[in-house]
Ligand binder design. Structure first.
Ligand code: CUV
Ligand code: SF4
Length: 627
């Protein structure tokens, strides 16, 4: 059934999204928006966090109106149930990022042992730097030896033998003291997640406050542990991102080239595909088949990883993953894990697209499984690229619709190293710009798309307001892709910023919205915030900073938001988390926690109001600093 113009415009603000929503409808596809409609009304108990199925005496639910049951079969009340549910969301998010980190550590070790042909150490500089942080001396050792030693040391971070994670060495002392006082210093990465699952079992932790505190510790084990390892090891293996031009939207899929779309999160698979796509033999085969080349495009965070390091264009963000297939131009989609809708395989059966899953822990309906392992990834990648090239001639012309709009230009690659490089090697010029008021503050706008929110509207509206008010925006994940589609990531976008920020961007030749990477790369924002605080001898919570996740959907985003607040960064969520069944928990997280951590959460679905809240917060922080 075709959609009306109003229906389409209510779903997305993007030009390509609007075109391909209709194309998908024409082709008879059911998309994430249709399935969301079909789910309505969604369960009110679950929305409030008031349902529990942690054991088989249940499932139970608490009546929010106070008329029905106020306790589960075990006796748990609303506060306990909401806290347990939130805790399990954090645990799932932390586990996802951290398992991704562990997979990278495995590759690092195998590279050192010589068991991962095709992978190498691209940044010896970062290898040495991180090894030193782990107390491993570099002298006289080959990079391979160092890689093995560092990998072993990182494996220890996951376990139970530590009092505190190693990367806490980068955290300002004042912050460390707060965590120690509250008893939320993260010890082992897996330990905190495992302990969360234990605490939330029936009959363990039944104090909603101590459950929430452990939730913060669990989230910190992600931010300063699992995700931190993921980002640093990715840089060691694949290189530290540097500013790079690229393009975004479905227009990056080429009619006359073999299109391979990479979707998921971990660069382990996508980097190997990138290598294989340069293979002269495969390029010759492509031309034999009548294609002018092999075109790679990214979706979601594995796309962001390739974009940051190789300038590979982005086809889109989370809600574009199904629509990308409806172009009929995708010869192969290769996925690893996380945020890959299980609907994708079936949608692809409408086209010639080959759907490939690659991880032993992530299988999907209607996908061919080609498992990647470090030992064989190189040959596997070549095999897949060959299959994609051979699939080019099977396109179904009647189903093909190239995007009518040209790709939007963007600039990405703003690692902390690149930002400091642009500033001449130290954070001093940025601190000066903040002191002078040219830059009022900085905000991380991050996170997903969610069909509950008009696609990209939350991100783009918020960010436009912030830069207009001289607030520098740094971004990651699907938010970053939204901003890129809206044209906010080119140096010329400085014209959209307030006079101070405009001046700073122009003098450095940078956009007012800096792409810092994938979701695990939110730790780059933490790292930069910590570096600024350390340079000033203060705490992160004293700085004029904030974070926002206007369209978040995933459990990973919950973990990210919690480690941001625990690290001292005020964080605004666009979609409400399932906590409103407990007024006590809402009050703690949005008000009282400020007194403990110097930061709190806010929930504000209206991006204009969110911008106003953030601007007010930044003014307050500036005032407290005497600026
Ligand atoms: Ni990890 S977690 S939808 S791809 S940002 Fe995108 Fe980013 Fe959320 Fe997923
Ligand atoms: Fe019900 Fe308690 Fe079991 Fe949850 S843990 S399902 S509230 S009995």
């Amino acid at each position: 059934m075709l959609l009306t113009k109003a229906e389409i415009e209510a779903r997305t603000i993007t030009e390509d999204g609007q075109v391909f929503l209709q194309k998908a409808a024409q082709d008879g596809l059911e998309t994430v928006w249709d399935r969301y409609q079909a789910q309505k009304p969604q369960c009110g108990f679950c929305e409030l966090g008031l349902s529990c199925r942690n054991c088989s005496m249940g499932p139970c639910r608490i009546d929010p109106f106070g008329e029905g049951p106020q306790r589960g079969v075990c006796g748990a009340d609303a506060d306990i149930i909401v806290a347990r549910n939130l805790g399990r969301m954090i645990a799932a998010g932390a586990a996802s990022h951290s398992d991704h980190g562990r997979d990278l550590v495995e590759v690092l070790r195998k590279v050192g042992e010589g068991h991962a042909p095709g992978y190498t150490i691209r940044s010896e500089e970062k290898l040495k730097k991180v090894a030193a942080e782990f107390g491993i001396a570099a002298d006289g050792k080959t990079p391979a030896d160092l890689a093995v030693e560092l990998a072993h040391a990182m494996e220890e971070e996951f376990g139970t033998r530590k009092k505190a994670l190693t990367f806490l060495g980068r955290v300002p002392e004042k912050r460390r003291a707060i965590w120690d006082k509250l008893g939320i210093t993260p010890r082992g990465i897996d330990r905190e997640t495992s302990e969360m699952m234990h605490r939330t079992h029936m009959g363990v932790d039944n104090d909603w406050q101590s459950l929430l505190l452990h939730g913060l510790r669990n989230a910190l084990s992600d931010g300063w542990g699992g995700s931190f390892i993921a980002t640093e090891v990715s840089d060691i293996l694949f290189g530290i991102p540097q500013p790079v031009p690229s393009e975004v939207n479905l227009g990056v899929l080429k009619e006359n080239q073999v299109n391979i779309v990479l979707h998921g999160h971990n660069p382990i698979v996508s980097e190997m595909i990138y290598e294989a796509a340069q293979d002269p033999e495969l390029l010759a085969l492509a031309s034999e088949k009548g294609a002018e080349g092999i075109n790679l495009a990214g979706l979601c965070c594995t796309g962001n990883e390739l974009l940051m390091r190789r300038g590979i264009p982005m086809a889109g963000n989370h809600l574009m993953t199904e629509l990308a297939l409806s172009t009929g131009l995708v010869d192969m989609m290769i996925v690893d894990y996380q945020c890959i809708m299980p609907a994708l395989g079936e949608i692809a059966t409408c086209y010639h697209t080959l759907m490939i899953s690659t991880s032993d822990k992530a299988k999907f309906p209607h996908m061919a499984h080609h498992e990647f392992h470090p030992e064989t990834a190189q040959s596997k990648a070549r095999e897949l690229v060959r299959m994609a090239v051979e699939n080019y001639e099977r396109r179904l012309p009647a189903k093909v619709l190239p995007a009518p709009n040209t790709p939007t230009r963007m600039m990405a690659g703003f690692s902390v190293e690149a930002i400091l490089g642009a500033l001449g090697g130290s954070p001093a010029p940025l601190i000066e710009a903040i002191k002078s008021g040219a830059v009022q503050g900085a905000v991380g706008v991050v996170g997903c798309n969610n069909p509950k929110i008009r696609q990209d509207f939350g991100h783009v509206t918020l960010t436009r307001h912030l830069i207009e008010n001289d607030i520098l925006v740094v971004d990651t994940g699907c938010a970053a892709v939204a901003h890129a589609k809206a044209g906010l990531k080119v140096p010329e976008a400085a014209a959209l910023a307030g006079p101070g920020l405009q001046q700073v961007c122009k003098s450095l030749g940078i956009p007012p919205v800096l792409h810092m990477g994938s979701c695990v790369d939110n730790v780059r924002i933490l790292d930069l915030a910590a570096a600024l605080a350390n340079a000033l001898g203060t705490d992160i919570s004293d700085l004029p900073l904030a974070a926002a996740a206007p369209e978040w959907y995933s459990e990973k985003a919950v973990s990210i938001a919690c480690y941001a607040v625990a690290s001292g960064i005020f964080t605004v969520l666009g979609t409400p988390p399932p906590i409103f069944g407990s007024p006590k928990i809402v009050k703690l997280l949005t008000e009282d926690i400020e007194g403990l951590l110097g930061a709190s959460f806010a929930v504000e679905p209206d991006p204009e109001k969110a911008a106003a809240r953030i601007e007010q917060h930044i003014r307050q922080k500036r005032k407290a600093l005497g600026l």
